[in-house]
Design a protein around this ligand. Structure first.
Ligand SMILES: *Cc1c(COP(=O)(O)O)cnc(C)c1O
Length: 354
């Protein structure tokens, strides 16, 4: 039986994408060869790479605006240091909204001085700080758009006097934003775009080339741009499946359409959390993420009953992160509204039982 997959990452992917991906492993586009046994320099794969770059820019409405798209390895975690390596000359500003931001700050400190403008650490990152000013003498400002672990999401991006870098790992392609506000966006594929193994980087080329340090080849954005993300062998399968997912989204109607769907899913989920007296939400209401809903039982005595009902219903992956506890329902793009309704039904059934 197919499960309702609320996993926070690696994430749920559309069924049709999984089907096409599995076919490509046996026989890629009727070539008689597997996608994962052909040269990454073959026309067949170079076409995949070109289309993936083009589709990403198309979905974000960034075509013809000076942006380059890269598909790199090492996860979003490598971007914590790679972004600083390439852009931090003396000092940079960071917003600390969770343990991923915290990790980005730690890496950046290896390259220069870091100004932590605001942090919600003392309240276990249950809200997004809003009261801060971005200094004009920073090399850049770095933020995390969606805090996967805590279920908070930045709704507003202040106008930024310096280059804006954003870790969008867990909400890229999920909502309408003016993406041209950002100079560097990165996202590990496995949260909302594809299987683990590649990280998309969308960079405005004119912010590069401003640091004086030597940058090792594998850490050098400009080199990766010049080599079309093929300085070394790219993770072909992960890139291909990411392309399939982006095409699925484009056929659905793009980011505008999924934005509406994601909002509906979030309303259904949070209404239950708010109206059902057995549950309480973790994140500050105005900062609630449309991607990851964090909540817990008011009375832990119902834990076993609830969890066995969840299991019975075929729901998987709702355990909260160890640093927050409780539950986390991740509602990435490929998760259907029906799946959310199944979870909500179990929650309301618990209320009738209790
Ligand atoms: C998961 C996650 C990361 C880390 O991604 P990796 O690809 O595992 O390195 C970074 N930032 C955010 C917001 C995440 O959700």
């Amino acid at each position: 039986m197919k499960k309702y997959n609320f996993s926070a990452g690696p994430c749920i992917l559309p069924q049709e994408v999984l089907l096409k991906a599995s076919e490509s492993v046996m026989d890629f586009n009727e070539s008689g060869l597997s996608l994962i046994e052909i040269s990454h320099r073959s026309k067949a794969f170079v076409d995949v790479m070109d289309e993936a770059r083009d589709t990403a820019l198309d979905l974000l409405k960034l075509k013809g605006k000076g942006y380059k798209v890269l598909f790199l390895q090492g996860g979003a975690s490598t971007q914590f240091l790679m972004s600083a390596y390439n852009l931090l000359e003396t000092k940079a500003s960071y917003l600390n909204t969770g343990s991923w931001s915290d990790k980005a700050i730690k890496e950046a400190k290896l390259f220069g001085s870091v100004n932590e403008l605001a942090s919600s650490k003392s309240s276990n990152f249950n809200y997004i700080p809003k009261d801060y000013v971005i200094p004009t003498d920073s090399d850049y400002f770095h933020c995390t758009s969606n805090n996967t672990i805590y279920g908070t999401q930045m709704k507003e991006f202040k106008s930024c006097p310096v280059p804006l870098i954003c870790d969008m790992s867990s909400d890229i392609f999920s909502r309408v934003l003016d993406f041209s506000k950002f100079d560097l966006i990165y996202a590990g594929a496995q949260k909302n775009m594809g299987p683990a193994g590649t990280t998309i980087v969308i960079v405005k080329e004119d912010v590069l080339g401003k640091v004086t340090r030597q940058i090792p080849s594998m850490m050098n954005y400009q080199l990766m741009i010049d080599k079309d993300s093929m300085f070394n062998t790219p993770p072909v399968f992960s890139i291909y499946v990411s392309l399939l997912t982006m095409k699925w989204l484009k056929n659905l109607g793009g980011v505008e359409t999924i934005d509406e769907i994601n909002k509906t899913k979030a309303i259904v989920m949070y209404s239950e959390i708010d109206l059902n007296p057995l549950f309480k939400g973790f994140a500050a209401v105005e900062d609630r993420s449309t991607m990851n809903a964090t909540f817990s039982l008011v009375n832990d005595g119902l834990k076993d009953t609830f969890e066995s009902m969840v299991k019975e219903a075929g729901i998987e992956g709702i355990n909260g992160h160890r640093s927050v506890g409780g539950y986390r329902a991740s509602m990435y793009n490929a998760l259907s509204l029906d799946s959310v309704k199944v979870l909500v039904e179990v929650m309301s059934e618990l209320e009738t039982k209790a």
